[in-house]
Design a protein around this ligand. Structure first.
Ligand code: S3P
Length: 189
């Protein structure tokens, strides 16, 4: 998609210098991939896609139902297919689900077709944020801080392979967007 004329000229240039690659946001549940991603896309004049929403649409059921009825391996297979399809569509901002980048095949694809950005945040902040919704199957009936701490131990070394790491502040999503744009400018320069 062409960068929108509504985006500032310097941001249009940034979108162009992606050379057709996507921007993929990775990180734990609650790190703001969807909220920040939507704002980042608007700022850069790019399309926004949310992998979980696309999986739900393709499967005709919610992420929770996919986990409950088909199991996590089937969800990961669907996630791989959906992200592979999205990566054929050129530049966009993609919010991935927290486990997508951990899957070796999805990670390899994202590394090839996208500039990957890890939205890194304190576990306390993430635990507070995810407590607002009970739609996440990995958290249902469990203590979010404990689950996220265990996931962080396994996943942080993998997220750290992302092209860019951005520490996200508590609640101020616009600040996160500014930090991402500054980091992207450096990375793409
Ligand atoms: C998951 C994160 C969720 C969703 C699914 C599994 C994970 O996405 O894909 O519940 O493995 O961390 P968000 O990170 O958008 O919550």
């Amino acid at each position: 998609m062409d960068p929108s004329p509504a985006a500032p000229a310097s941001h249009n240039t940034l979108a162009e210098s992606l050379g057709g690659r996507a921007i993929a946001l990775v990180g734990l549940m609650g790190s703001g991939k969807t909220t920040v991603g939507r704002r980042l896309a608007a700022a850069l004049g790019l399309a926004f896609r949310d992998a979980d929403a696309e999986i739900e649409q393709a499967a005709g059921r919610s992420v929770s139902d996919i986990f409950a009825e088909l199991g996590e391996p089937e969800f990961r297979a669907g996630e791989r297919r959906v992200i592979a399809r999205l990566m054929e569509s050129g530049s966009m901002v993609l919010a991935t689900g927290g486990g997508a980048y951990i899957d070796p095949a999805t990670r390899a694809l994202l590394r090839e077709k996208a500039v990957t950005i890890w939205l890194k945040a304190d576990i306390e902040i993430l635990a507070r944020r995810v407590a607002r919704r009970d739609t996440r199957p990995l958290l249902r009936g469990k203590d979010p801080f404990e689950v996220l701490t265990a996931l962080a131990e396994k996943r942080h070394p993998v997220y750290a392979e992302a092209d860019i790491v951005v520490e996200t502040p508590d609640s101020a999503h616009d600040l996160a967007v500014e930090r991402i744009i500054a980091a992207l400018k450096d990375y793409l320069a």
